[in-house]
Design a binder for this molecule. Sequence first.
Ligand SMILES: Nc1ncnc2c1ncn2[C@@H]1O[C@H](COP(=O)(O)OP(=O)(O)OP(=O)(O)O)[C@@H](O)[C@H]1O
Ligand SMILES: [Mg+2]
Length: 291
Amino acid sequence: MAEKVVDIQDLEYWYMQGTPMEVQALKGAHFDVYRGEVVAVLGHTGSGKSTLIQHLNGLLRPHKGHVRVLEYDLTDPNVDVKALRRRVGLVFQFPEAQLFERYVGDDVAFGPRQLGLSREEVRERVRTAMNAVGLDFETYKDRFTFSLSGGEKRRAALAGVLALRPEILVLDEPTAGLDPEGRRLILNLIRRLKEEWELTLILVTHDMDTVAEMADRCFVLADGRTVLSGTPREVFAHPEVLRELALDLPHPTEVTHRLAATGVPVRPDALTLDEAETAIRHVLANGSANT
Ligand SMILES: Nc1ncnc2c1ncn2[C@@H]1O[C@H](COP(=O)(O)OP(=O)(O)OP(=O)(O)O)[C@@H](O)[C@H]1O
Ligand SMILES: [Mg+2]
């Protein structure tokens, strides 16, 4: 059995607690992740996704409930947050807004330089991280940060976190606002990070096709609570719940559900285009659903 690397139970969190502007962003969320998994966090805007994941590297501390990440208990006021942050990398929503060094290479090197590594080790980490995100080290290291395209900036920000060599990588909306090519690059990268870097990946996303293709499990938040969790197939088997939360289904699932609803004897739970194609071909060939 794989090691449980994140265990969050009954988490509650308030912004501006004790002021008239107080907002309770989390009202009893649960979330867990095993080593090596890709786990997606879904939910409508304002449901608490970013608040939840900022607990994973101690940026936010639980007001109520239980948060354990690796061997760190975040309810303990003396927990070694610095050590935790070396092992859990967090890439914010629109991270490109936070690039601040003049040269791309320096920006990616910023984190590892804080770790007290040798110059050679920093350079090696920066080279590996930049190449991994598709920004060739020799070509891009001396480019001005501001001269990069939006998608390249996003990948540079990601390289900066990868250069810290985290065990757990948390990505908040990694494909939001990117064009199809930028999106494809990020998704291929995420796949490689799982396979080649053996990272545990946690991603917040609205992109249900990504969830269907890549996530081992997902958690759906609504108004600060976890309302649904399981494998994508389990979660997307509840289209009515998702619709009520104004969440989409993956496109292939939507199509097979619609066909099934109009009486076509097709298996309705396709997650990927390949699965939808197989299910529909099966009906065409046999006149009934495969099971
Ligand atoms: N810094 C803050 N100060 C006050 N309230 C906040 C702050 N950040 C978030 N909130 C509120 O907390 C709730 C949860 O916000 P959060 O950003 O976690 O949602 P989200 O699911 O990430 O949304 P989105 O999909 O739009 O990114 C919302 O009501 C939001 O307005
Ligand atoms: Mg958010």
